[in-house]
Design a protein around this ligand. Structure first.
Ligand code: NDP
Length: 452
């Protein structure tokens, strides 16, 4: 680590205490771009790095609501508007009990570079709440979303900040949030993405993160003259990203043997084919049940989470490819080593920062095809960007048109990573490639716009 990076990190830690995920995300980017800073003293002089680690604005607010038994509940809401140098703020909303300021700052920071990679004009933001949608009725979720929007509406807008979904926020929640925004502002605009098709949504948006991640993996494989056909794949999670990752792997001739939720995972040796995936989608999106029901129905092994273990057994099966699609830091160094020992040589991240820094080092030192989340899962926000374009035009593209644009964007992101990694001396290192390519575009825009 250069002296400069060490100094900035010391200041980031001191100014943002108790935010380990934010420190982790910043450190990774700074390590990648230190070579860029050496070649571009003008960025140092303009204090681009010191500015980029400071959110442009942080909004934190009370979210009171009344549950079905008449009890008053209080949650905390957040929106982190990290950087608007290249476009309106854009990034998802996460509803999960683990949400706090540091987690959302890490996600907003990652989003800045991810959005820059997409080729579309979007700044970076993230938001959410420590509200837990699990076990809540539809009415409770609606009352929470309405209360959340009662504050958020004054900070967002189609040309200011456009939120989308993330963990715990799918079509149902976006609907409630959009309805309340429309009522408060008396405006029907593209203020959120991931909307329903009948009210401004884009075809392929639900599929986009998972599909995009598999397109990215296919691009990485193509650098070795290979494809996904016949590949054995491990997927974690069973939410939006995981579901469409499995669907696209199946389309491209691969076989997925695992899916999980926060209680455990299933291992299906025969593969999670089309019919079984339909069952998972119904289970998770409508019945809101647990993945264990898959094991009961298809008579396959189920492994509950064992908190005593210092590794995740999901990552300890023979396979070629892994697609972590649940949450941050779900692959530690031991898991990374287990993956390598089991023959995995492609890791493409659907989740944001699912691998710890020690795990990332193992992948990079072994020279496997490792696609970091900010590149590999950028298909979701890219298609959100396409939804914004369609809303601005008051027009919608066909499924094929959107899918082709998504595919083209994922290829461009892959190319940008490969080229930046090679240009700055670490060919094949997608972490450096993604951080450098994402950073330079934002840094140049900040240089052009003065000290703001
Ligand atoms: P969903 O809420 O649809 O699904 C999340 C899945 O991950 C669920 O199976 C959930 O299990 C599991 N999970 C969540 N938190 C934990 C945890 N702490 N430990 C173990 N399992 C957990 O979310 P998404 O599929 O949208 O998001 C998954 C990942 O992809 C996140 O990292 C998100 O930031 C990232 N991402 C999402 C995008 C999108 O477009 N939706 C875009 C880019 C990245 P359970 O139901 O038991 O909680």
């Amino acid at each position: 680590m250069s002296n400069f990076v060490q100094e900035v990190m010391a200041r980031v830690r001191a100014k943002n205490p108790a935010e380990p995920e934010f420190h982790q995300a910043v450190q990774e980017v700074l390590e990648s771009i230190s070579v860029v800073l050496e070649r571009h003293p003008e960025y140092r002089k303009a204090k681009i790095v010191e500015r980029i680690v400071e959110p442009e604005r942080v909004i934190m607010f009370r979210v009171p609501w009344v549950d079905d038994s008449g009890e008053v509940q209080i949650n905390r809401g957040f929106r982190i508007q990290m950087n608007s140098a290249i476009g309106p703020y854009k990034g998802g909303l996460r509803l999960h009990p683990t949400v706090n300021l540091g987690v959302l700052k890490f996600l907003a920071f990652e989003q800045v570079f991810k959005n820059s990679l997409t080729t579309l004009p979007m700044g970076g933001s993230k938001g959410g709440s420590d509200f837990d949608p699990k076990g809540k009725s539809d009415n409770e979720v609606m009352r929470f979303c309405q209360s959340f929007m009662n504050e958020l509406f004054r900070h967002i807008g189609p040309d200011t900040d456009v939120p989308a979904g993330d963990i715990g926020v799918g079509g149902r929640e976006i609907g409630f949030l959009f309805g309340q925004y429309k009522k408060l502002c008396n405006e029907f605009t593209g203020v959120l993405t991931g909307k329903g098709l009948a009210w401004g949504g884009s075809l392929v948006r639900p599929e986009a993160t998972g599909y995009g991640n598999v397109y990215f993996a296919a691009e990485m494989l193509s650098t070795r003259g290979e494809s996904l056909k016949g590949k054995m794949c491990l997927v974690s999670g069973s939410g939006n990203v995981a579901q469409y990752t499995v669907e696209k792997i199946n389309h491209l001739g691969g076989k997925v043997v695992t899916m999980s939720d926060s209680a455990g995972y299933i291992y299906d040796e025969a593969g999670i084919g089309e019919e079984k995936l339909k069952f998972v989608m119904d289970l998770k999106n409508f019945r809101r049940g647990r993945i264990k029901e898959y094991a009961d129905k298809y008579k396959v092994p189920y492994y509950p989470i064992d908190p005593k273990l210092d590794y995740n057994p999901l990552w300890n099966h023979k396979a070629h490819c892994a697609f972590p699609s649940a949450t941050q830091n779900e692959i530690n160094a031991k898991d990374a080593q287990n993956l390598i020992n089991n023959g995995v040589y492609v890791v493409s991240e659907g989740a944001n920062m699912p691998t710890t820094p020690d795990g990332v080092n193992i992948f990079i030192n072994k020279g496997i095809l490792y696609g970091p989340g900010k590149a590999a899962n950028a298909g979701g926000v890219s298609t959100s960007g396409l939804e914004m374009s369609q809303n601005s035009m008051r027009y919608s593209w066909s499924r094929d048109e959107v899918d082709q644009k998504l595919h083209g964007i994922m290829k461009s992101i892959h190319k940008a990573c490969v080229e930046a990694a090679a240009k700055y001396g670490t060919p094949g290192n997608y972490v450096n490639g993604a951080n450098i390519a994402g950073f330079i575009k934002v840094a140049d825009a900040m240089m052009d716009q003065g000290i703001v």
